[in-house]
Design a protein around this ligand. Structure first.
Ligand SMILES: [Zn+2]
Length: 301
């Protein structure tokens, strides 16, 4: 397991598609910023901690997605460490029933089987008004960047290193990703704008990279997400159902939907762009013969 030293006591664990930062509180204790995916990262993470004789004394999470809280439950169990996370995110993963509220289109058995390990009881709720927290004796700055998820935060360590989490994606992810997810795209874009004002020495992206300057990346991200929305808008040539749009888009963007589960995933991704187009007045909802359809709004006079 490669551990990269960023600055001072701030390090990053370098996984194939993930950067997992940690703050070294002492020779033997670390605070993890997010926890990775259970299936892919659990064994390697445990191996690293044991090899280096490190104890996790706290977990600070940016948001409650599966690749960020995936290992939180067993780490808390093993090390007895507290978990801090934004309040709204903590509520999502507080029980299977709350996960069902979030993953509304998944049946309960799938919630249990696929997302059950995400259930955790956070010990410290980070409120929307908090911009500085003291966690396990270490002061962290909090930048509220909602949008990618309801209560997403970026975190600055005492070494002036900001962990951006998923509030930005790398150029590489932009090249490979067809419909990157945003819970509320309009809010996500506003949060990306907010990042222009950050003045940190270093920035870490979850997927992935370590940067000293993120201005161009922010611009590219905003352009990329807006451009994806525009591409979807182009597909809506006439009043179309959600399924019609998905079908047409999977063809034009060459999205391979091979299993019912993949369909549900793509459906969730597309939904956020459709909502954004409606929210920004580009499309409207119409009802035709009892079918809900989306139609382009013409702004020409
Ligand atoms: Zn995420």
């Amino acid at each position: 397991m490669k551990s990269i030293h960023v600055a001072g006591n701030t390090y990053v664990l370098d996984f194939p598609a993930l950067h997992l930062p940690y703050y070294k509180k002492s020779e033997t204790e670390i605070i993890l910023l997010d926890t990775g995916l259970k299936r892919e990262h659990e064994a390697v993470l445990l191996g690293f901690l044991e090899e280096e004789n490190l104890t996790v004394s706290g977990i600070l999470c940016t948001h409650a997605h599966i690749d960020h809280v995936g290992n939180a439950a067993w780490l808390k169990e093993k090390y007895g460490c507290p978990i801090a996370m934004p309040k709204v995110e903590a509520e999502i993963v507080s029980s299977l029933l709350n996960l069902k509220i979030f993953y509304g289109t998944y049946p309960m058995n799938r919630i249990r089987d696929h997302f059950g390990h995400m259930v955790i009881k956070a010990d410290r709720f980070i409120e929307e008004t908090e911009t500085e927290i003291l966690f396990q004796g270490v002061p962290f700055s909090i930048i509220h960047t909602p949008g990618h998820s309801a209560g997403h935060i970026a975190i600055t360590t005492p070494d002036d290193v900001t962990y951006i989490g998923d509030a930005l994606i790398s150029e590489e992810v932009m090249r490979s990703s067809k419909l990157p997810y945003a819970h509320i795209l309009s809010k996500d874009l506003m949060s990306k704008m907010k990042l222009y004002h950050l003045r940190s020495s270093w920035y870490i992206l979850a997927h992935k990279g370590i940067y000293t300057d993120i201005k161009d990346l922010i611009t590219d991200n905003i352009y990329f997400y807006k451009n994806r929305a525009e591409e979807i808008l182009k597909v809506i040539e006439k009043p179309m159902t959600f399924e019609d749009i998905l079908k047409s888009l999977s063809r034009s963007m060459r999205i391979n939907i091979s299993t019912p589960f993949k369909y549900i995933v793509v459906e969730r991704m597309l939904r956020c762009y459709i909502e954004y187009l409606e929210e920004t007045g580009k499309i409207a909802l119409v009802l035709e013969e009892n079918f809900l359809k989306y139609t382009k709004i013409s702004h020409q006079r």
